[in-house]
Design a protein around this ligand. Structure first.
Ligand code: NZQ
Ligand code: ZN
Length: 388
């Protein structure tokens, strides 16, 4: 294991009924709550009614901040920050998925900061040495793991950049995870969220150190779990065991535990984020398109690890195969799984059109040190072309 420091300050409440049971106490000290949510799914599935009834019954002032869009924008963050300031909200309650949670983390910072938040905290890493507005989250769609980290991925439409930063100071104070709240999520979003979780684990796993280590052991167990539970959820979206497992697997993948002692890669995420900045594509679906092409591209450099992935995650028999063959079989097992779930396999299926400026997008992708070597922008473009 490499050296590490571990911190995670979010208190998690998990299970059926956890919102009704715990929200009154968790909001007891707040007077004015910014209730933040997305495009209205919570009004259709009863979650809005349940939460507002709890807040009303305990005498809270509630200010609503709605229509937070998938891939939240910096303008939306500023709108939320203005609402917090005008109403002197002392708690932000984010009810939704990664987009609502991320937007609200940025709002909690922006409402407490006088300078240019994009310039000082997203365009480059900043230092949060002041008190941000407290945040609590209620998760209604799982996948990103945003509920248990300080990550906030924001799109600045003016400069066509979608970027995330993980500030421990932005971790939610509490996270309420009721798997029953996610049962109304449409099938495609269930699969997209689940694939995002799998992607997070792979982005950590495919990086040094490759000697036996606890983080990779946990990653393999989690990957096997996500694959099993995604198959079960695809067969029956109301399978509570599968859906509750997927919810916790999402949190486990991005609560920093798996990253301990690992270099991490996240190059697929960087590519997807810029595709999203230009096309507003769905995050998990974009990752499903990119991963096989990216891994075919780097497989030779990470043969040992891809071979281990094939054997330990997909159960492929190593007998009679060279290490390189086994490694490639692991990547193709992933590609087959994506097709089996009916996730998009090409940029065209993702809605990317022939006039989309793929070279400009490729050139805008931040290059990470990479799990097995740093890409060039020309390689990123080749990966995009291989997916088209
Ligand atoms: O807006 P509403 O009407 O609520 O509909 C949403 C949205 O259209 C719908 N939905 C949510 N809960 C529902 C529901 N529909 C029916 N029933 C429910 N219970 O789901 C749609 C997608 O929601 P969104 O929050 O956009 O999805 P997700 O959780 O996948 O979040 C994606 C965002 O998170 C970022 C992504 O880049 C993207 O911007 N990420 C955040 C990360 C983090 N903070 O750690 C890490 C990730 O890698 C990722 O980059
Ligand atoms: Zn992701």
């Amino acid at each position: 294991m490499n050296n590490f420091v571990f911190e995670n300050s979010t208190k998690v409440y998990f299970g059926k009924g956890c919102v009704a049971e715990n929200l009154p106490a968790l909001t007891a000290a707040a007077r004015t709550i910014l209730l933040a949510y997305g495009g209205g799914s919570i009004k259709k599935n009863g979650v809005y009614d349940e939460i507002t009834a709890i807040l009303r019954s305990t005498g809270k002032q509630v200010v609503e901040f709605d229509r937070i869009m998938p891939n939240p924008t910096y303008e939306k963050v500023l709108e939320g920050a203005a609402l917090v300031r005008e109403n002197q909200a002392d708690l932000i309650l984010a009810v939704g998925g990664g987009s609502v949670m991320d937007c609200c983390k940025a709002v909690s910072l922006a409402a407490a900061y006088d300078g240019d938040v994009w310039r000082d905290f997203w365009a480059k890493p900043g230092i949060i040495d002041f008190q941000t507005v407290p945040l609590g989250v209620v998760v209604t769609v799982s996948g990103t793991g945003s509920e248990c980290n300080g990550g906030a991925v924001i799109t600045n439409q003016k400069v066509k950049v979608k970027t995330g930063r993980d500030y421990p100071a932005l971790n939610a104070r509490f996270a309420l995870l009721d798997p029953a709240y996610t049962l109304s999520v449409p099938r495609t979003q269930i699969l997209s969220g689940g694939f995002d979780t799998l992607s997070h684990i792979m982005e950590i796993y495919f990086s040094p150190p490759d000697t036996e280590n606890v983080s990779d052991d946990l990653a393999e167990a989690l990957m096997r779990g996500v694959i099993r539970d995604l198959r079960a959820a695809a067969r029956d979206p109301r399978d509570y065991a599968a859906r509750s497992n997927l919810m916790w697997e999402a949190t486990m993948a991005e609560n920093r535990v798996l990253k301990l002692g690992k270099q991490t890669d996240f190059q697929a995420h960087m590519m997807e984020h810029q595709l999203g900045a230009y096309t507003d594509c769905n995050h998990g679906l974009g990752l499903a398109v990119l991963h096989p092409a990216y891994y075919r591209h780097i497989c030779e450099k990470g043969t040992v690890k891809f071979a281990r992935f094939a054997a330990r995650v997909w159960g492929i028999d190593p007998v009679g195969r060279s290490e390189a063959e086994l490694a490639r079989a692991g990547v193709e097992a992933l590609a087959d799984f994506i097709r089996e779930l009916g996730l998009p396999a090409t940029l065209r299926e993702l809605g990317v059109r022939s006039e989309t400026p793929l070279k400009e997008i490729a050139d805008s992708v931040p290059l990470t040190p990479g799990g097995y070597g740093k890409l060039t922008h020309a390689e990123v473009l080749n990966i995009f072309k291989a997916c088209y």
